[in-house]
Design a binder for this molecule. Structure first.
Ligand SMILES: Nc1ncnc2c1ncn2[C@@H]1O[C@H](COP(=O)(O)OP(=O)(O)OP(=O)(O)O)[C@@H](O)[C@H]1O
Ligand SMILES: [Mg+2]
Length: 324
């Protein structure tokens, strides 16, 4: 039977980055949900200055991240029987990720993310996502052993059933790290409770944490991130991680809240920040289970390195690089 350090579950996508000088940021003060938009001339041909074709998807990115940091890693995902699916599998294998559990769908095509960015305008990008096979995830018969499971954001309609099957591994002492998606957060803290109680590390950004805490009927107004992390930790996970983009990250374990400021980075593209942070954080805990300050440091270093490049997997650090 196969023995892994960690198995990641969730999406694998083809990420395509287009960068152009030609669009504009336009404002609509009257629309509360859409203050700012990227606009192009109707009917125009827009020239693109740079195209990047990268591997992406939460489970795929974190698998590459864990493997780079020396963990024996397997990827549980679904791709299409197409060129993109083949490419993603080959890329994962180049990262020494075990792909023998990757399912290949004969009908639905591999998921795509199209990231359209305006050159020279800070944070001006819009992401288009076609989830494809990432939305019809099925867990194959679990005939492997693993020390950890990392669940990336799931968007498939059967997610609740999937979580039940995965968390069943808790009986064998497997540890769980989880980065729920909006789909799960919308279900609310009450519905998520039975999985939260079994989660070793829950990783969310500030907005997502607020959504979770709010859905539990708790006040979020005026709460500092440090306190937000404390309140969220009480909803079940052993360790609650709240990332706050360029303001850093917090980790609460029920006794203390730790903070790490971001590692310096010349930010080129922030795609992959969350995934690389999670890979660094959980890998550190894999080697040193009780050292939260170091886990925060590894998360920050890994994400700072990835956002130096276009693509969610370029810049992922090795164990040697992250400890230096
Ligand atoms: N501009 C930045 N400069 C330095 N570090 C950053 C920056 N943005 C993000 N990071 C690092 O990445 C971590 C995770 O970022 P963030 O809080 O944006 O995650 P996220 O919202 O889950 O991202 P994603 O959109 O990738 O899911 C931060 O805690 C920080 O360490
Ligand atoms: Mg995220």
């Amino acid at each position: 039977m196969n023995n892994f350090d960690i198995v990641t579950v969730g999406g694998a996508m083809r990420d395509i980055f287009f960068s152009t000088k030609e669009g504009k940021v336009v404002r609509d003060e009257k629309d509360p949900l859409c203050h700012q938009m990227i606009a192009f001339e109707l009917g125009a041909k827009v020239y693109v200055d740079e195209v990047n074709f990268e591997s992406g998807g939460g489970a795929n990115n974190t698998a590459a991240g864990f493997s780079s940091l020396g963990l024996k890693t397997a990827l549980l995902t679904r791709v299409g029987s197409d060129r993109e699916g083949d490419g993603l599998i080959k890329d994962a294998q180049r990262h020494k990720v075990d792909t023998s559990f990757v399912e290949i769908d004969q009908k639905v095509s591999t998921g795509f993310t199209f990231i359209l960015g305006l050159q020279g305008v800070k944070r001006a990008q819009t992401i288009f996502a076609y989830r494809g096979t990432s939305d019809i995830l099925k867990i194959p018969k679990i005939n492997f052993k693993t020390k950890w499971v990392y669940i990336s954001s799931l968007s498939c309609p059967n997610w609740s059933n999937l979580l039940d099957r995965l968390f069943d591994l808790k009986k064998q002492g497997v540890k769980f790290a989880w980065n729920p998606s909006n789909v799960q957060l919308k279900a609310g803290a009450k519905k998520l409770s039975r999985w939260l109680q079994q989660t070793d590390v829950l990783i969310l950004n500030e907005d997502e944490t607020k959504e979770l805490v709010f859905s539990a009927g708790q006040k979020i107004k005026g709460l500092k991130v440090r306190d937000l992390a404390k309140v969220a930790q009480k909803l079940g996970p052993k360790v609650m991680v709240v990332t706050v983009g360029k303001k850093g990250a917090y980790a609460a374990d029920g006794n203390k809240v730790y903070f790490q400021k971001p590692w310096p980075s010349k930010v080129v593209n922030i795609t992959g920040a969350g995934d690389s942070f999670a890979a660094g954080f959980v890998s550190s805990l894999f080697y040193q289970p009780d050292n939260l300050p170091r886990a925060l440091l590894w998360g920050s270093k890994n994400s700072a390195s990835v956002i130096n490049f276009i693509g969610a997997q370029k810049g992922l650090l090795s164990k040697k690089q992250i400890v230096s």
